[in-house]
Structures are given as C-alpha cells and as structure tokens.
Design a protein around this ligand. Structure first.
Ligand SMILES: *Cc1c(COP(=O)(O)O)cnc(C)c1O
Length: 367
C-alpha cells in the first residue's frame, strides 16, 4: 500500500504532466535517499546555502545560485533581491517598496496563471507589475516606452502557459533590458535546458525543482553573483515564510547532479504511447496519434480524439469518469473542448499505460 493509500487517499495515475496539483514529480531512489539522509541529520544552513549557490553555478554555468522552495518563490525572492540588494533594512521592509525602484515590466501575454498568478508572486516580492501591450500582441515599443527611472527589471515567462504568438522574443526583450542597464529575469520554471538562458545573457533565471528536473518540491534561481547573494539574503526577510529546508536542498542538488545522466527517453515514450494507441484504436470512435509537445520539448504524448457520436460519450464526460474513479486517472485536457485528450508518458509509472487503456475501454463499454 502506498503512503497516500494508507491515509485513505485514492491511488492516482498521473498522465497529465509535472503538475503541482498531482504532486509534481516522483523522484528517483537516489534523490529519495538524499531526502531521507538530510532529514535525519543537522547542517549549518548558511554554509549549506553558500555551497548550494556554487553547486547550482556549476550545473547551470551561472556565476552563482540560490535554492528555493519552488519557482514561484524564485520569482518573489528575485524581485525582492533586485529591489533591496543586500541592504538588510530594506530586506526587512519588503514587500513595502514604496519610494524604491520597484517596477517589473511584463508582457501581457505572459501574465499567466500557472496554478497561481505570476503577477502576485512579483507583488509578494515587493514588485509593482507593469503589464505592457495586449494579451495577443506586444510590440518592442510597448516594452521600451514603459521603462522609467522606477523600472527594476524586465521579466520574461518562458512557458507553455504563456501566449506563444504576438509576444516579443527573449532576445528582443533582453536587448532592451541591456540597452537600459536593467536586470533581465527569465521564469523558465518547467524548461529542460538549465544552461541556455544563462548562456545567452539573462541576469536571473528561475527554475522549478519538481518539474523537468524531477526533483523534490523545490526550485532554484541562478544568475549574476551580486544578485544571487542578494537572493540568499532574502531568507532574512520575505524568503522566510517560503524557506526551503535541508531535505529540499539535498534532494534538489542530487537531482541536479543526476540530471545530466538522465537519458533522453524519447524512443521509450513513443513506444509506450504507440502501444496505448494500438490498444485504444480497437474502440469505434477513438482516433489516436502521437504528438510532440506544443512548446517543442522532447515529450511525445498520445493524443486521443473522441468522436462522441460513435462512442456515445463526450471527451469531457470520459475525462470526468476517469478522474473520479479509483484509481483516479488524470489525463491532459487542454483541448477537451474540441474532443481531444492526451496521455503524457513522463509521469507514468511502469505498466500504467495498460491500466489507462483498459479503464477507458471499460468506461466506454459500460457507457
Ligand atoms: C510551475 C510554474 C511556476 C511555479 O513553480 P513552482 O516550482 O511550483 O513554484 C512558475 N512559473 C511557471 C511558468 C510555471 O510553469
């Protein structure tokens, strides 16, 4: 019996993605062991935080880093760090940033909800959100003309949650930031490349530890040395109610260490999803295919198109039945309104694709 079942909670099969709402990632034995060992011992936290900065730097190519309890905390802490620097009095004053250089410029199509609202995370860090342009159209002038002597940073959100069309690119926004000598932050929470944004010149890049990294509930910030020192100092201020513990840090660093050796499992994903599709295509009214991630990541999902006239059940109804069953099966449902469900192979444990196929078939058979 799993720990969650021992609490009386339903067994969950996650075919949806690295979702906070479903517990983000299931970590490797190596990471689990790091969590266990760290939780049963003591450490000088300040020394651990400094060491972590160096370790994060090594894995990302950045000058320095700062562990966090998640990417959302990373946004708040980075914002505060830019506003206060290492000034302890200002650090203790946050999120009250009245009179300080506190404006964070963000493109309107990037002002998204990832489970919470990006702008709120900026405000928690004392930032004032300056949204520019429209939800589907932002011009470089919108960004450049919003810059004032109150501008603290420009924030770019690299995410499938963000509007992909009509926004200015990372390069354009970064050039504007550099031209005005303003820090450029990238929220790359779920991205798989832990080096490229530092390499192209971002001052601060924020990641989640529980998404692509497959680490525990954690995250990290990497970037310029002065800024990272200011980030770590925020744990004496707004960082305190979002502190990351010794276990989280140990798990995070172990996940970073093993990330380079995680093999590219695209072939395995495709094979598992092909089998699932073959099994489902026996059902009249289901059309299955394999689709690569819309944001271009190396994720190959099974896409199931439900023809409700033939199956007698809409995609939405099928989704509801799967989610409320036991085990509860969660599929990806961004396109459920047009009759499409997808299965994300990454979070699936061994053999779960067969359980999904059989459950879908039996739900449709029973009607
Ligand atoms: C998930 C996500 C976050 C928050 O990450 P946590 O590690 O859960 O705090 C922030 N920004 C974006 C774009 C995300 O996708």
């Amino acid at each position: 019996m799993s720990i969650f079942e021992s609490f009386g909670l339903r067994k969950v099969i996650n075919a949806s993605g690295k979702m906070t709402a479903l517990g983000a990632s299931a970590v490797s034995n190596e990471v689990a062991e790091a969590l266990k060992q760290a939780s049963q011992d003591y450490v000088d936290i300040e020394e651990m935080m400094e060491y972590s900065g160096k370790a994060i730097a090594e894995y990302t190519g950045a000058e320095d880093g700062c562990p966090t309890c998640g990417a959302a905390a990373g946004i708040a802490i980075s914002t505060a760090a830019i506003i206060t620097g290492k000034n302890l009095t200002l650090i203790e004053r946050m999120p009250d940033s009245e009179g300080l250089r506190n404006e964070i410029i963000i493109q309107k199509g990037h002002q998204v909800h990832f489970g919470a609202n990006i702008g709120q995370m900026v405000r928690i860090g004392g930032g004032k959100v300056i949204e520019v342009g429209s939800a589907n159209k932002v011009e470089a002038d919108h960004i450049e003309q919003a810059i004032t002597d109150k501008t603290a940073a420009l924030l770019y959100v690299k995410s499938h949650h963000a509007v992909q069309k009509g926004m200015q690119t990372i390069e354009t926004m970064m050039n504007i930031a550099q031209k005005h000598n303003i820090p450029f932050i990238i929220d790359a929470a779920a991205e798989e490349d832990f080096k490229m944004y530092i390499k192209i010149g971002a001052d601060i890049v924020i990641y989640s530890g529980g998404k692509a990294l497959e680490g525990p509930t954690s995250g990290f910030i990497c970037g310029k040395k002065e800024l990272m020192e200011a980030c770590r100092k925020q744990y004496k201020g707004i960082g305190r109610p979002m502190k990351v513990g010794k276990e989280g840090v140990a798990g995070l660093l172990t996940a970073l260490k093993q990330y380079a050796s995680l093999e590219d499992n695209a072939e395995d994903q495709i094979e598992r999803m092909t089998q699932l599709n073959q099994s489902l295509e026996e059902v009249e009214g289901l059309t299955c295919s394999i689709k690569q991630d819309e944001a271009g990541r190396a994720i190959y999902r099974a896409q199931i198109e439900v023809n409700a006239d033939k199956t007698g059940m809409s995609a939405q109804e099928l989704l509801n039945r799967l989610e409320t069953g036991n085990p509860a099966i969660f599929l990806r449902h961004h396109y459920v309104n047009i009759g499409i469900l997808s299965v994300d192979p990454r979070p699936l444990l061994k053999g779960q694709e067969a359980i999904i196929a059989n459950t879908i078939k039996s739900i449709l058979r029973e009607g």
